[in-house]
Design a protein around this ligand. Structure first.
Ligand code: ATP
Length: 320
């Protein structure tokens, strides 16, 4: 052990290990911060680790998708962000709300005002006996903004949102008088009624054909661009990476890969879109390699790391 380390007090060492050296905290400027989130379910005496130390940050104004195989933990994460489920361990915050520390009252307020939610099942998003406009007004009335003087404002906002989402013509129709795609666009308006910080959607195109699904992604892009809404979409849809700027792949309860699309405008005005795939580096410095990479090079148990000037080399263990 070097003398430098010997000279440190236990407290100093602890602080150093925790990375608390005046550096910015993980996700300091982000709207959504998940740090080492664990969610364990107990089902008939068997433990299922749905989330296994997941790290994720989402910046205000982002439009991003979470993808992953069935059972990878996407819905669990979304339920936690929606305030409908609580992590077993870790840290999770949306804006000022600590998702592990909220009491029942704060949780209710969080669900009504901080997040909006769109479900896969079109029927689950809307009340069947109310018109599109009444459905959009309802969350405002429940939050108290629809009473007396506010009622006219709520009505105007409902019409405005339906217009923005291209379903103004459906305002006086009940859900059964609308197509699945129209219902989902009204559902997005309902979710946005109370101006939430975050809009969450779980497989919002799951029941729709690909053409209608493209319209729904278009609707998410519109509310992201026009209203500045931060949008997180969970989907199986393989087309999604082409529809949003950022796609995060969840694997085995952790964020594993990320695809970023960037649009650059050339001097002559033509736009080019580039796509880059990244492995996620978690708050503890861990990277998960794609299985096929490890198998191709026979990497198992141990790898050799070499620091180069501008990259890190990862090599298979030498057989000595
Ligand atoms: N309430 C629950 N009780 C027990 N186990 C659960 C519960 N909810 C989810 N799980 C388990 O947790 C793991 C992650 O489930 P989750 O629904 O988050 O995955 P997903 O990626 O959303 O899958 P899908 O795409 O099929 O919806 C799975 O193994 C699932 O069986």
């Amino acid at each position: 052990m070097s003398t430098e380390v010997d000279d440190l007090t236990l407290d100093e060492l602890r602080r150093q290990v925790a990375g608390d050296q005046g550096r910015p905290r993980f996700g300091q400027d982000a709207l959504i911060v998940c740090e080492r989130v664990v969610r364990i379910y107990q089902a008939e005496g068997v433990e299922v680790q749905a989330l296994q130390g997941l790290d994720l940050t989402v910046t205000k104004g982002e439009l991003m998708a979470l993808v992953g195989a069935s059972g990878s933990g996407k819905s669990t994460l979304l339920q936690i962000l929606a305030g409908l489920d609580v992590p077993t361990a870790g840290k999770a915050r949306v804006g000022e709300s600590d998702l592990l520390g909220m009491d029942a009252k704060a949780r209710l307020r969080y669900r009504r005002e901080v997040v909006g939610f769109v479900w896969q099942q079109t029927a689950r998003n809307l009340l069947p006996f109310l018109t599109a406009r009444q459905n959009v007004q309802l969350p405002m009335q429940l939050a108290g903004t629809g009473s007396t003087g506010g009622r006219r404002a709520a009505r105007a906002r409902a019409v405005e949102l339906l217009d923005l989402l291209g379903v103004a013509d459906c305002r006086d129709r009940r859900p059964h008088q609308m197509s699945g795609g129209q219902q989902q666009r009204v559902a997005i308006a309902v979710a946005l009624a109370n101006r939430p910080d975050v809009l969450l959607a779980d497989e919002p195109t799951g029941e729709l054909d690909s053409e209608t699904a493209a319209q729904i992604f278009d609707a998410f892009r519109t509310v992201n661009a026009e209203l500045g809404a931060t949008v997180v979409i969970v989907t199986h849809d393989p087309m999604v990476a082409g529809e949003v700027r950022r796609t995060v792949a969840i694997r085995d309860g952790r964020a594993a890969m990320e695809v970023l699309r960037r649009t650059a405008t050339e001097a002559d005005g033509t736009e080019t879109v580039t796509e880059h795939e990244y492995a996620m580096l978690d708050s503890a410095g861990r990277v998960q390699f794609p299985r096929q990479f490890l198998e191709a090079l026979g990497m198992e148990h141990r790898v050799e790391l070499l620091l180069e000037r501008d990259h890190i080399q990862v090599r298979p263990e030498e057989s000595h």
